[in-house]
Ligand binder design. Structure first.
Ligand SMILES: *Cc1c(COP(=O)(O)O)cnc(C)c1O
Length: 255
């Protein structure tokens, strides 16, 4: 189902100024994090996670130079992508799907996403590849891995067990319409076993190195959010996914 075209309501001048200030603060943090890690700022792609925010905010961020946008719900993402395509920005924005993904949403996501970060099971790989093939696209995917060391895979936040990654990677690489590009993870929730985002992202970096040994093209690492992007940049993240620190507190879902 193609979502109905949407009129893009522009952000107010106050909101544009707020986003500009948020972006400036965030760029300072990223510059400091890159300097501390002896990395170039260009090695880290900033993804603005715009979930629950209006499409006018995406347009405003585009005016401020942001080109990578992340969403976590198919319906919202599809609507925003369609609206901005109608506004003529299709070539100019890259859409990152970062949320938990149900298999029955693969068909829609495969039509607009440029990089799907949250692939964590074989059925989803098959669904995405089939959908991308029918859409005449080749879809870049990351495998999401759970860094929780306690009870195994995190059923709420998603992610494959580290032990299941090699089989999942081989399956992804064997599908015609997918390109396996790397790994994605969320830091374990505060208070979880494993000692905070630093050690968790170090484990992630090790898994990424191991994956690249057999799949050299899987050279992307999506890690780091508003609260822990410094630790992620230190561990080698190529993509950070930032919502709150850029756009402010999220409105309630659907708002
Ligand atoms: C919402 C979300 C983010 C952004 O989180 P913030 O803490 O607001 O920066 C990043 N990654 C994923 C997967 C998300 O769902």
């Amino acid at each position: 189902m193609t979502p109905a075209p949407d009129i893009v309501v522009r952000a107010s001048p106050d909101r544009l100024a707020e986003l500009a200030a948020g972006l400036q603060r965030l760029e300072q943090r990223l510059a400091a994090a890159c300097a501390a890690a002896r990395r170039e700022r260009e090695q880290v792609t900033l993804i603005a996670v715009t979930k629950f925010f209006p499409v006018g905010d995406v347009l405003a961020l585009h005016e401020l130079g942001v080109r990578d946008v992340g969403e976590s719900r198919d319906q919202d993402a599809a609507t925003k992508a369609a609206a901005l395509r109608d506004a003529g920005l299709a070539q100019d924005l890259r859409w990152h799907f970062v949320g938990r993904l149900q298999t029955n949403k693969a068909k829609s996501v495969a039509t607009y996403a440029d990089l799907v970060h949250s692939v964590d099971r074989p059925q989803l790989l098959d669904a995405l590849s089939g959908a991308a093939e029918r859409a005449g696209r080749v879809l870049d995917v990351l495998l999401q891995v759970s860094l929780d060391t306690g009870t195994g895979a995190d059923t709420e936040r998603g992610g494959s067990l580290p032990a299941d990654l090699p089989a999942l990677a081989d399956a992804a690489a064997g599908l015609p319409a997918l390109r396996l590009r790397g790994l994605m993870a969320l830091a374990p929730p505060p208070g979880a076993l494993g000692g905070g985002p630093g050690p968790a992202f170090a484990r992630l970096a090790e898994l990424a190195t191991r994956l690249q040994a057999t799949h050299p093209q899987a050279d992307l690492l999506s890690a780091g959010m508003s609260g822990d992007l410094e630790a992620a940049v230190a561990a080698g993240a190529t993509h950070v996914r930032v919502g709150t620190a850029l756009l402010g507190e999220r409105p309630p879902p659907g708002g």
